[in-house]
Ligand binder design. Sequence first.
Ligand code: AMP
Length: 419
Amino acid sequence: MRDILPPDSARWRRFQSVFAGVVESAGYGEIMPPLMEDLGVFQRIGDATDVVTKEMYDFDDKGGRHVALRPEQTASVCRAYAQHRPATPWKVFYAGPNFRYEKPQRGRYRQFDQVGIEVLGADDPYLDVEVISLGWEFYEKLGLERVQLLLNSLGEPEDRARYVDALEIYFRANLDGLTEQSRITLDKNPLRVLDSKREFDAELIAYAPRIAEFYSPDAAAHFDAVQQGLDDLAIPYTIDTKLVRGLDYYRHTTFEFVGLTLDSAQNALGGGGRYDGLVESLGGPPTPGIGFALGLDRTLLACDDEGVFAAPNTDVDVFVVDSTGGRQALRITAELRNAGLVCDRAFENRSMKSQMKAADRSGAAVAIIIGSNELDAGTVVVRPLRGAVDVNKQREVPRRDLISAVTKAVLLAVKEATA
Ligand code: AMP
């Protein structure tokens, strides 16, 4: 688990606010589920996933309740829906940390942030398209271009059940071609064997039966509509029949966003799909759901690779240098901040030289200097710090003209710096 320090933290916050902007424009409202819930909430996700069986931070609290830090947020959203019974379709988004006891490495941490959306209570292929398109739009807003959308359908639960049977028969007949780990997975959930990225499994998986052969007419129609909708929005996608996503609740559409600049073991930026039964298992009515979760860390790594979405500039506009004891700086910074300027100052009555150094370090466009002469004369000195700095360009202005003089000087300095 890491500390996120400035200026990275500002980048994280902007990431979340860009995401919020994209999904709020489509009518999604933010849900803030608790960081910790009853263990049972997360166990509903299914016992065939490492997330549930191995990676949860769970413990007994002081009241003897068995609780866990959330490893993801879909289960919490479904629990909240079952509990509060909002009107449908319920369109929500979330942003925040999850916890998984994984082996930390680049792009994989024990506390990691996700942003995501879920829609509960509507089973319409055009909703699938809306959800996918919002993920796509978000990547576009970040400036990412090397993102691939993988798409698949798992069909209806019965289609999927027949497919799982066929897969199991196929894999059992060819056990020699599977790694030990995949054989264990096969016992739990044959579908998840397709998730294996181990080279030894690759050949057998390549020739495995394909889900498309098992679609019912309804499932095929749903999938066709999703593809047509994506075509209508000019969103490119690649059908990947191996994309099954681990969870038992998934049906119909599944998708994944792949970062093409990232190492293949760690290149899933995010993914999601349609699911059924999760709300029901948490005490609600039968309710269809669809959503996705996108990992912040990996998406930012992809941004670094593509040289987009840099940390925002956190430089201040103005730095106040006060050699009369600091009280003038207190008043001046308050006035400037009130006027909407980003403003900092020095403390501890440092020397003029040391305060000017701090002003330079702050990245400020302009310094306001006040010494005893200025104090007596009721003036301040406005000195540009950026661009071709020329001491002759500094001006002494009446104290009452402070705001307008500073605003002008900041605008001028920014103009010069970008010219
Ligand atoms: P999942 O909830 O497992 O489907 O993961 C969705 C996305 O969250 C992944 O594509 C990653 O971008 C991100 N993610 C999952 N686990 C981690 C982790 N341990 N560290 C960082 N990002 C993660």
